[in-house]
Design a protein around this ligand. Structure first.
Ligand SMILES: [Cu+2]
Length: 229
């Protein structure tokens, strides 16, 4: 009996090790990806759980792409996958399924529709690729005074009329003791004081919509601009 007990314990330990969650069991993550393009202006690449791919481990994958374009609509799409390791695969614009065996290495991959490369384009990273840098903060300069003047200008010196939504650093020079600089619009209300002369930098996120900047002391001293997506 005692002679049997030791091998039995060893066997139990071995079984427990193999079945333990988190222990190395290659092949537990699915290497099957599904892409689709169309019928609208959509392009996707998803894992077996239906989650959009943003990051993958390096390795071999099977990618099946469905071209769901509706040729009778007159709008055609294709699915083009490219990136490091010489990956450069594209379907035709014909509807149907295409399957590729792809080896992904460290880096950033792009998939897009060649017919609508701006509208229908996404990226994901593989391995230890650095995350994409945050979008740059654009600079603007606001001024009120001296005298009855108020302006908001781009770094080029031109007056702001239309901006793209995003993050901005706005440096405001309030050179008036009778007026202030008040920026008001979707998600933003920032102002200097009416009396003091000041210089201040505001970091703001401008959203699509209409913005105005004005003096709270003289509301006619006012300009507007538009922010678009
Ligand atoms: Cu397209």
């Amino acid at each position: 009996m005692r002679q049997l007990r030791l091998p039995l314990i060893l066997l139990l330990v071995l079984v427990a090790t193999v079945l333990a969650p988190g222990s190395a069991r290659p092949g537990t993550t699915s290497n099957v990806l599904s892409g689709s393009v169309g019928p609208g202006f959509t392009i996707t690449l998803k894992d077996a759980n239906g989650s959009t791919i943003t990051h993958l481990d390096p390795g071999q994958y099977t990618v099946t792409v469905q071209n769901l374009s509706d040729p009778t609509s007159g709008v055609v799409h294709n699915f083009h996958l490219k990136g490091p390791g010489g990956v450069n695969l594209a379907t035709t614009s014909d509807p149907g399924a295409t399957t590729w065996d792809v080896t992904f290495v460290d880096g950033t991959y792009t998939y897009l529709c060649d017919f609508h490369p701006l509208q229908m384009k996404k990226t994901f990273t593989v391995g230890t690729a650095p995350p994409p840098p945050p979008p740059p903060v654009k600079k603007l300069t606001g001024k009120v005074g001296p005298g009855s003047t108020i302006t908001l200008k781009k770094t080029s010196g031109s007056l702001v009329r239309t901006l793209k939504a995003g993050r901005y650093a706005i440096t405001v020079r309030d050179a008036s003791t009778k007026d202030n600089f008040h920026l008001l619009g979707p998600g933003v209300s920032k102002k200097t004081g009416v009396r003091p002369r000041t210089s201040v930098t505001w970091r703001v996120t401008l959203r699509a919509g209409k913005y105005a900047y004005f003096s709270d002391a003289h509301r006619k001293l006012r300009r507007t601009f538009k922010v678009v997506k």
